[in-house]
Design a protein around this ligand. Structure first.
Ligand SMILES: Nc1ncnc2c1ncn2[C@@H]1O[C@H](COP(=O)(O)OP(=O)(O)O)[C@@H](O)[C@H]1O
Ligand SMILES: [Mg+2]
Length: 273
């Protein structure tokens, strides 16, 4: 049994005024199927508007698809009863791009990281304090940072706090949606290394959503590519994707190249490193 199975998911945003005026509904996802095994990192690539974030929200249980199923640990996320859903959600965490709005500015780092623990586990104040300190240290911050507020941290540090919160309950799968895209190169590299370490320590699985081919390549075991709401490529071995790149992949490679000239090796070689 796969950890996650997405089966024939189709979705349309009903509320969009643009679609209503045009008198038609353009599907945002069309028959998307994919699976993620325990301990595996799947990179999901695609240009802006391809439907990646929508698929991420569907997988997280946040956006009920029009058709299709999401099976997490063999259970249908959208048909499970409330208490099963709550248990499934515990093992399914997310880190988003916008770290400034994904943390509450009035909560301390300790409260932010400790919130899932308070929701799901009965820890004494002392145990909670200790666990939060350990989580902060695990992501390269200090236990004392628990007292600080979001405005006292840099972007890279805030994203570490989001990661500490996401791993607090030792989930099975973390959906990372453009989680390093707003960071500078040094922070990107550091966070990707941290995610790689956490994956091997905890046997975590990732869905790593990005438009950045290089970031996806460095963190993933397998890669999938989306275009216009459909999954157009799925490679169990990530190097396969670059041996004869699909035009969409080539376009993504060149868009990354124009942002970062040091990625030139990626375009000229079929085996980026
Ligand atoms: N809440 C929403 N309501 C209506 N349309 C949306 C909504 N979210 C996304 N879309 C549209 O769905 C398409 C896919 O968006 P998204 O899933 O965010 O793609 P990606 O993450 O690949 O950039 C886009 O055309 C976008 O404008
Ligand atoms: Mg997106």
């Amino acid at each position: 049994m796969s950890l996650l199975e997405v089966i024939g998911v189709t979705h349309t945003y009903a509320g969009s005024r643009l679609f209503r005026r045009a008198g038609r509904q353009t599907p945002v996802l069309t028959g998307v199927s994919l699976s993620i095994e325990q301990g595996m990192g799947l990179g999901l690539l695609g240009a802006s508007g391809a439907g990646k974030s929508t698929l991420g929200r569907v997988i997280l249980g946040l956006e009920r698809p029009r058709q299709g199923q999401v099976l997490f640990q063999g259970q249908d996320l959208y048909r499970a009863d409330a208490s099963t859903r709550r248990q499934l959600r515990r093992d399914l965490q997310a880190v988003f791009q916008d770290y400034t709005s994904s943390v509450n500015p009035r909560m301390t780092a300790g409260q932010i990281v400790g919130e899932p623990l308070e929701n799901y586990e009965r820890l004494s104040a002392r145990e909670l304090h200790r666990t939060v300190g350990e989580l902060l240290e695990r992501v390269g911050l200090k236990a004392e940072d628990a007292r600080k507020y979001p405005h006292q941290f840099s972007g890279g540090q805030l994203q570490r706090i989001s990661i500490a919160r996401a791993i607090a309950l030792k989930p099975k799968l973390i959906v990372l949606d453009e989680a390093v895209s707003s960071l500078d190169m040094v922070n990107q590299t550091n966070i990707l290394a941290l995610l790689g370490d956490l994956k091997s320590i905890f046997g975590l699985s990732y869905l790593f959503i990005t438009h950045d081919v290089k970031a996806a390549y460095s963190i993933s075991d397998a890669l999938a590519v989306m275009e216009k709401g459909a999954l157009i490529e799925r490679c169990g071995d990530k190097d396969q994707l670059f041996s004869s790149p699909h035009p969409v992949v080539n376009k993504l490679i060149s868009s990354v190249l124009s942002e970062h000239p040091r990625y030139r090796s990626l375009a000229s070689s079929s085996n980026p490193s």
